[in-house]
Design a binder for this molecule. Structure first.
Ligand SMILES: [Ca+2]
Length: 301
């Protein structure tokens, strides 16, 4: 298996690697789309109620387009801190995000399939641009209804939930009907002085993948405020929220995108690899149900 190495003396919130690798194994997704429109991927099984229709989940009104079918995906990834080639965990984040449907590349640097954790504003602009299929500056019912997927890792996972998702759903150029996030999937969300991860209303499906104990080989040992453990979420009452903890099944082997990992080997960097098949499943890239660890009851608000 592969253990990512840290750069000594570098402030690292995720993993330290320098060159985004070439992935192998899975196919699918729209990795060639630099403009983020991502319209040529047709995902398969879609769980839940992606087709719209206003529904109530618990006490929270879930909005959504009542008429338009979903025939496309737009996916945005946020990596970890601090820098994209040293702390953002490109070893595992890059190949995962490349495979996701309608992935929006950062056009300021097209080699990356994910945005910097700190560039939520840039990610928001790119997300809106990708969803604005008729290019009039607004996301509303005159646009194709694309499924909105946000994937975040480490500090990028925190910012996905606390900044990108709510900023999108509250944006003046996004109509009420389209102000939803279909999938918010975050891995080992961590940022200093943050607890819990607050999952906004109008997120239709939330999944968190984390580990609650630190393996000896963890990449975040010895770095400022490390080692990092994923911060548990809180969700609206009745929402579709699941919190997975690999540390709760230490002796089970989980098949990742690149390597296989026992539950007690899953750390702050490797969790992206082990959770990748689950993220791909949730977004319809693969129909293979991945092995998943036990879930943790989610606090509600
Ligand atoms: Ca538009």
């Amino acid at each position: 298996m592969k253990i990512a190495l840290l750069s000594v003396g570098t402030l690292v919130w995720g993993c330290g690697e320098t060159d985004p690798p070439v992935h192998g194994g899975y196919t699918g997704g729209d990795s060639s789309s630099a403009d983020g429109a991502g319209g040529d991927f047709v995902s398969g099984d879609v769980r839940g109620d992606p087709g719209g229709g206003d529904t109530f989940m618990g006490d929270h009104h879930i909005g959504g387009d009542s008429t338009s079918p979903i025939d496309c995906d737009v996916t945005i990834c946020l990596g970890g801190a601090l820098f994209r080639n040293t702390g953002a965990n490109p070893t595992y984040v890059q190949p995962l995000c490349e495979l996701l449907p309608g992935i929006v590349y950062d056009t300021t640097d097209n080699q990356y399939s994910f945005f910097m954790y700190s560039n939520s504003a840039g990610a928001l602009a790119a997300l809106i641009d990708a969803l604005d299929t008729n290019n009039d500056g607004f996301v509303d019912e005159s646009d194709d209804r694309c499924r909105v997927n946000i994937v975040g890792y480490s500090w990028g996972g925190v910012n996905a939930a606390h900044k990108l998702a709510p900023d999108f759903m509250g944006h003046a150029n996004v109509s009420v009907e389209r102000a939803i996030v279909d999938n918010l999937l975050i891995m080992a969300p961590y940022a200093p002085s943050v607890s819990p991860i607050h999952v906004p209303s109008d997120v239709r499906r939330f999944r968190e993948y984390r580990h609650s104990s630190t393996p000896a080989s963890d990449c975040s040992i010895g770095v400022p405020l490390g080692p990092y453990l994923g911060i548990p979420p809180e969700c609206p009452t009745g929402a579709d929220c699941i919190d997975y903890d690999y540390a709760l099944e230490p002796d089970s082997l989980f098949v990742g995108l690149v390597d296989d990992w026992y539950g007690d080997e899953v750390g702050h960097c490797t969790i992206v690899d082990v959770a990748a098949p689950a993220v791909m499943y949730e977004l319809g890239v693969t129909q293979t149900v991945p092995a998943l660890p036990p879930t943790v009851p989610v606090d509600v608000y």
